[in-house]
Ligand binder design. Structure first.
Ligand code: SAM
Length: 229
């Protein structure tokens, strides 16, 4: 695939946001984790410092630090301006204001950039894209995916969602997905189809409320496990 960085919004979240989005316990963090569509989040950088074993996968890892950083600064002010104009449509319990949202995103970007080149040498950031992953069956204990599936429901159809999640479940013993709503702040039209299809295949799907929220209704995570676990 030829990836054009000017079509991508490389915005990432911090470890604290990941812990809250996925209700990660200390026990969860000690598992071998595959974090898909991880982009320029600082989850891997910060988690590695704490001794966690995280592999991040994203198509943007084809680019170098400077390219990702430049693209971030090209888009961030415009995004924050749009959020400021619609401030009443967001929930300010975690990030207290649009400016604090910007500084948290900047913090994640800086931590990611400091880690990125060295981490690539250690294979902690690998180029890859759903709906296929190059990893072996059950290679990872926990698969995470934040702000990609369900969020882009208008661009990615229900079959793509089912194929992608099934692929993550092939590779990971458990998968957690956040958020479950679209860019328009609506519950994803693909959610019920995905849950019904996975339950039919024998997976256990659980919707769990989490302690992170920025979008209205956006405080639920989908946790999927194999029934014998
Ligand atoms: C909004 S960012 C989320 C980054 C990070 N997960 C977070 O929440 O901070 C969405 C990411 O999905 C990645 N992406 C786009 N297409 C993908 C695909 N087919 N498979 C995996 N990741 C993809 C983008 O490159 C981008 O980094």
């Amino acid at each position: 695939m030829v990836l054009h960085l000017d079509k991508i919004v490389p915005i990432g979240r911090t470890l604290d946001e990941y812990v809250r989005m996925f209700s990660l316990t200390e026990y969860d963090c000690k598992k071998l984790i595959l974090s898909v569509a991880d982009g320029p989040a600082s989850f891997n950088a910060e988690g590695t410092q704490l001794g966690y074993e995280i592999k991040s996968v994203d198509p943007i890892y084809v680019f170098n630090t400077q390219q990702i950083k430049t693209r971030f600064y090209d888009v961030i002010d415009n995004i924050i301006e749009q959020v400021e104009k619609t401030a009443n449509n967001w929930v300010w319990t975690y990030h207290k204001s649009p400016q604090q949202l910007k500084s948290n995103r900047e913090k994640a970007m800086i931590l990611f950039c400091q880690d990125y080149e060295q981490a690539k040498k250690e294979n902690r950031y690998e180029i890859g894209e759903l709906p296929k992953l190059k990893y072996k069956d059950n290679e990872y204990k926990l698969g995470l995916i934040s702000h990609f599936l369900f969020l882009y429901s208008a661009h990615l159809d229900q079959q793509f969602h089912l194929d992608s999640i099934s692929e993550m479940l092939r590779v990971c013993q458990e998968v957690r997905i956040f958020p479950l709503i679209t860019l328009n702040h609506e519950i994803s039209p693909h959610l019920n189809f995905v849950i019904q299809s996975l339950e039919y295949k024998g997976y256990n799907c659980k919707l769990e409320e989490v302690s992170y929220q920025l979008q209205p209704q956006g405080n639920k995570m989908l946790k999927i496990t194999k029934l014998n676990q």
